[in-house]
Design a protein around this ligand. Structure first.
Ligand SMILES: Cc1cc2nc3c(=O)[nH]c(=O)nc-3n(C[C@H](O)[C@H](O)[C@H](O)COP(=O)(O)OP(=O)(O)OC[C@H]3O[C@@H](n4cnc5c(N)ncnc54)[C@H](O)[C@@H]3O)c2cc1C
Length: 474
């Protein structure tokens, strides 16, 4: 009599010989996330190449109670993609086909493991735009973007990922495939189920494909950097330029002087384009059609505010290379912070108008706990989203600085709540914030989340322990 196959052997059969690995060298890069904050372990890496293989694997997991973590590009910043409890790890990188581009309908059907950069490029090849834009776009995948409801630099104009997804294909914990790839801007035929999976961080199902909304590619894109004395001035500038350009801004990114110093110190090929240092800067992008005369409009808008004293200096890029140089400053802040040393980070949002008051109150509160720490708060001002970050004191002791992360985080998050904000603007909850979520979300909301989790994943096999806090039994 032959003995029954082990679960792992059944999973390997489900995905075929090219669809798994147990080679430690191949698995290693999947086990640690970008910041080095979370390190996991797994006995088996699955690499399915089709939706049918994902479905077959999940059927076995559900039947045997085998826990599984889904991973895309491994750029997530809250540890959601790391198998912290030794779960089987499912990488989507072989689900990498672009299925269909509809030029006149402006939609694109792609599989989950395609990188964001590849999606942007495919849209551009057809003269179209996929506007989601993140500094991690070379590695981050569409599946990961959707599972985290990623934000990035163009939310001001185009919304979060949620607004860019028309259809989804999802494999449930049971192995059942929900085929919802409809390319319909309008579809009110019952619950909009796809929205439940967008931002669900791998806890409700494995996203295998999506139908995305594309946009006309703007012919005129104007990029500028403005020096402002304060976040309050930056906020006024946002209102003034939106009014002046008739709402044509597509990015409005705040950064402090220290960010400029760290970037020019650590990132090759960068320089401060303005003649005098300024306490704060805003990177501005406006985009529109060929005949929109946008450059002139943005330049005259900036000239008005310079004359009015709201902006001390500004530069408008006169070539694509100059625009790329300005974006390089913004996109390398996280990298420059990392090269400078340890930092404690928060991805928070408050109502847009509250940003200056939040910074004025929360920054000294953190400095009281972390004397000598160096604030590098930057982000998507137009969305009320700050990366409220602090680098260790210049001569600091990194491990003891980082040991204060939880204490500092609670002070910051309590203040975010006071301002009516969110403790996660765009990165998600993952492993990092799951324990503190009950402090900031009502029992009723948490119970509704648990009910949804139970309905889709009754055995709690998908990304267990992440995003959805367990009920505390006292
Ligand atoms: C330098 C840098 C800059 C960044 N900038 C931004 C930014 O501006 N805005 C922003 O929002 N984020 C940003 N991020 C965070 C990160 O890039 C995003 O969260 C991204 O969407 C994650 O995609 P990924 O493919 O790497 O997902 P992963 O890191 O692999 O996974 C993230 C989460 O999604 C789940 N998941 C992944 N794929 C699937 C799938 N197919 N089905 C179900 N669940 C899945 C995982 O289980 C995990 O919970 C940045 C990260 C870095 C390193």
């Amino acid at each position: 009599m032959t003995s029954p196959k082990s679960v792992d052997d059944r999973l390997k059969d489900a995905v075929g010989p090219k669809g798994f690995s147990q080679d430690p060298a191949e698995i290693a890069p999947h086990l640690e996330e970008w910041r080095g904050k979370y390190k996991g372990h797994t006995r088996l890496l699955l690499k399915p190449a089709t939706t049918a293989e994902v479905s077959a694997a999940l059927r076995i997991c559900q039947e045997t109670g085998t826990r599984l973590v889904t991973q895309g590009g491994n750029t997530g910043l809250v540890g959601g993609q790391i198998p912290l409890g030794g779960e089987v790890l499912l990488s989507t990188h072989r689900l990498n086909r672009i299925r269909h581009l509809d030029e006149s309908g402006m939609t694109l059907a792609v599989e989950a493991g395609v990188t964001l950069a590849a999606v942007q490029q495919r849209a551009a090849d057809h003269g179209l735009l996929f506007p989601l834009s993140l500094a991690s776009e070379g590695s981050a995948t569409l599946g990961g973007n959707i599972a985290t409801n990623a934000g990035g630099t163009h939310v001001l104009r185009y919304g979060m990922t949620r607004a860019l997804v028309l259809g989804l294909e999802v494999v449930l914990a049971s192995g059942v495939v929900l085929e919802m790839m409809r390319a319909l801007p309008k579809d009110n035929s019952g619950y909009d189920l796809k929205q439940l999976f967008i931002g669900s961080e791998g806890t409700l199902g494995v996203i295998t494909a999506a139908t995305l909304r594309l946009f006309p590619r703007p012919d005129a894109v104007v990029t500028a950097l403005a020096a402002v004395p304060s976040p309050a001035a930056a906020l006024k500038l946002l209102g003034a330029l939106q009014a002046h350009t008739g709402g044509m801004l597509s990015a409005f990114e705040l950064m402090p002087r220290l960010a400029m110093e760290l970037i020019t110190r650590h990132v090759e090929g960068t320089r401060d384009p303005l003649s005098a240092p300024s306490p704060w800067y805003v990177l501005i992008e406006a985009s529109g059609g060929r005949d929109s005369n946008l450059a002139a409009s943005l330049e005259s808008g900036l000239a008005d505010v310079v004359a009015g004293g709201l902006v001390s200096d500004a530069v408008v890029a006169s070539s694509a290379a100059q625009a790329a140089g300005l974006w390089k400053l913004r996109e390398n802040i996280s990298e420059a912070q990392k090269r400078e040393g340890a930092s404690i980070k928060h991805d928070i949002s408050v109502p847009v108008a509250a940003i200056p008051d939040f910074l004025a109150k929360a920054t000294p509160a953190v400095l009281a706990l972390l004397p000598g720490a160096r604030p590098v708060s930057f982000g998507h001002l137009g969305d009320g989203n700050l990366h409220f970050n602090f680098n260790s004191p210049a001569a600091g002791d990194d491990p003891s600085f980082l040991a204060q992360w939880d204490e500092v985080q609670q002070v910051v998050h309590d203040m975010v709540k006071e301002f009516g904000g969110s403790i996660s603007a765009e990165h998600g909850i993952g492993a990092m914030k799951v324990a503190s979520l009950p402090r900031y979300k009502s029992h009723e909301e948490l119970d509704a989340m648990r009910a949804i989790k139970h309905a889709f994943d009754p055995k709690n096999i998908l990304n267990p322990g992440k995003t959805v806090p367990p009920v505390l039994r006292l």
